[in-house]
Design a protein around this ligand. Structure first.
Ligand SMILES: *[C@@H]1O[C@H](CO)[C@@H](O)[C@H](O)[C@H]1NC(C)=O
Ligand SMILES: *[C@@H]1O[C@H](CO)[C@@H](O)[C@H](O)[C@H]1NC(C)=O
Ligand SMILES: *[C@@H]1O[C@H](CO)[C@@H](O)[C@H](O)[C@H]1NC(C)=O
Length: 328
């Protein structure tokens, strides 16, 4: 074998023996690296975050075949060794054993791309550099969180009307169960007769639950929503957030007059005077078209002596005498 592949052996002087230390015993078999003679492509090393591997003699080894007859010195470069975070991974210059000095946090550094260097005593590099990738495996160590969500819904909206998209965040690995959030509504303020809204557990879409939203009763709701990761499974981490919903007006109230009868008088021989102001009451949103009342004189103005218009500030009808009232 050695003679047969002597050329390759010379080319592939450094052999990296990579031991995968994994909490998962099942993975061990497939992920343990063998000495690779013809290829330098190494499966990435995978280490679990929040796990203390500092007691291990090595988590990986680099080695040059030249160390049989020459003194080889091993070095490690890259972020995590010669660059920040410094010396998280350290190599024994003589043995090529790579140790880890701290506990990993995937949310800080999801991977490390290190380079192993084998140098002869002369300073000459014994081998081409060895890329060494350490992938940090995720644990569910982050809870979901929310920013404030604000939205609107029109009063009297039908059950099932879409209100807004709620989106929680989770710093654990994207597209895994650790960051998969299940949504629910915890509370509503004002509580009223019960929940007016419902949230889709999976999608976070918020809908109207009851068709009885009435701006004139409650024009604002504050919900506390909860996100549970692991897709809502028991043991999932939870976080809560606030949703503010403004109930928008529709013209669902009829104006009424403050009095049932008004009387006024004007002096004779004057024109263009205000006879009276007639106040309209409307429960719809003040200073909107839903509130503003248009007055008309239904009867008694056959001679067109009077005009009526609305004071837009007060919603009062201003009744004016516009023609001279001739005394007969
Ligand atoms: C990791 O374990 C070692 C002992 O094996 C201990 O001295 C060290 O404090 C531990 N580190 C952390 C961060 O728990
Ligand atoms: C390491 O390299 C891989 C692939 O080249 C890249 O996706 C990853 O972002 C790198 N990680 C760091 C910490 O530079
Ligand atoms: C909600 O309505 C208010 C006023 O009607 C408007 O200013 C705001 O942009 C609306 N917000 C959304 C999220 O539609």
């Amino acid at each position: 074998m050695a003679t047969l592949f002597s050329q390759e052996v010379r080319l592939l002087l450094v052999t990296v023996l990579f031991l995968i230390i994994s909490a998962d015993a099942k993975e061990k078999r497939t992920k343990t690296l063998r000495r690779i003679r013809r290829e330098w492509i190494l499966p990435p090393a995978k280490l679990m975050e929040n796990t203390n591997y500092t007691h291990l003699e090595f988590i990986a080894k680099i080695r040059s075949d030249q160390d049989k007859d020459k003194k080889v010195e091993y070095h490690l470069t890259g972020a995590g060794a010669s660059e920040p975070p410094y010396n998280l991974f350290v190599v024994d210059h003589n043995t090529g054993f790579i140790r880890i000095t701290g506990v990993l946090d995937r949310e800080k550094y999801p991977s490390y791309n290190l380079t192993g260097i084998a140098r002869l005593k002369s300073g000459e590099e014994a081998e081409a550099n060895i890329p060494l990738t350490v992938t940090v495996l995720d644990q569910n160590d982050n809870a979901p969180y929310f920013i404030l969500h604000e939205g609107n819904v029109t009063e009297e909206s039908k059950k099932g009307t879409f209100v807004m998209q709620i989106e929680g965040k989770d710093d654990d690995q994207a597209e895994t169960i650790n960051s998969e959030i299940a949504y629910s509504i915890v509370s509503q303020e004002p509580a009223g007769k019960g929940h007016m809204f419902t949230i889709d557990k999976k999608t976070g879409k918020l809908y109207v639950k009851e068709p009885t939203l009435d701006r004139e009763t409650h024009d604002f709701y504050k919900l506390v929503i909860k996100g549970t990761d692991l897709g809502g499974a028991p043991g999932g981490k939870t976080g809560t957030g606030t949703v503010e919903i403004r109930v928008l007006d529709i013209n669902d109230n009829i104006p009424t007059l403050s009095e049932s009868e008004y009387s006024g008088s004007v002096d004779e021989n004057v024109a263009d005077v205000v006879v009276m102001r007639i106040k309209a009451l409307d429960n719809d949103l003040a200073h909107t078209d839903n509130w503003l009342t248009v007055f008309k004189i239904a009867k008694g103005n056959e001679g067109n002596l009077f005009s009526i218009e609305t004071d837009k500030q007060t919603n009062e009808g201003i009744l004016k005498l516009i023609k001279l009232c001739q005394s007969s």
